[in-house]
Write a protein that binds this ligand. Sequence first.
Ligand code: G3P
Ligand code: CA
Length: 263
Amino acid sequence: NADAESVQKHHDVLDVAHRGASGYAPEHTLTSYHMGDKMHGDYIEIDLQMTKDGKLIAMHDETVDRTTNGTGKVKDFTLKQIKQLDAGSWFNEKYPQYAKPMYKGLKVPTLEEIFKTFGKNKNYYIETKSPDVYPGMEEKLLHLINQYHINKDTLLVQSFSKDSLLKVHKLDPSLKLIQLLEYKEHAVLTDQDLNSYKQYAAGIGPNFNYLDKAYVQKAVRSGLEIHPYTVNETTDMKRLMDWGVTGMFTNFPDRLHQMIKKN
Ligand code: G3P
Ligand code: CA
């Protein structure tokens, strides 16, 4: 029937290791990304910020406060200064049940180091964060993608900023884009929304908690990918898979892997 046809088969669900396997290791470190790989994550999710001297680094927040032993805005640090920070000890303090001595002193990676470490055929899912704070970040991202010959068939570029995605699209129309969305209440997808996203994006990435089956199926039937974030509990993973999502961001890629295998 139409319902069954329209929903994605479970084994096609993409397992996106959100900030790496960030449930188990300090987010956005090479260690966390490696762990995501070992846990069968299909994609490494990377948030980008930019240093004072114009280097793209992997970090979620605009400040270094939460995920390093430093304080201040990323844009006020040179890369050399960023490299002096400890990006692991905070995790050991916050999550003693997952703490490991080796996390102490981990460094903030640059996007360039990530590409060098994991190579051109890894699946990267890269977010332009705070693009208004970092003019030129899209150009720098494209430059590195081309310099390291990153496989564009599996690369996904995501942003909450439509403007940033349109910039990326203009620079390289072959890149697949995901429009991130943040709902504060029950999520509704109008035909107008759908048509607008389909102009430039291959899919959407909404926060998962306000979605329902109708929303998910409307997106899938229209041909858009739908990758909700950030889904860490297996009961939520199961429900979203039953509704037909085509992927999920999770801090626990091993849990999602098990769920995909079972279903
Ligand atoms: O990129 C998907 C999800 O990570 C968006 O939220 O704040 O975790 O980057 P955030
Ligand atoms: Ca993100």
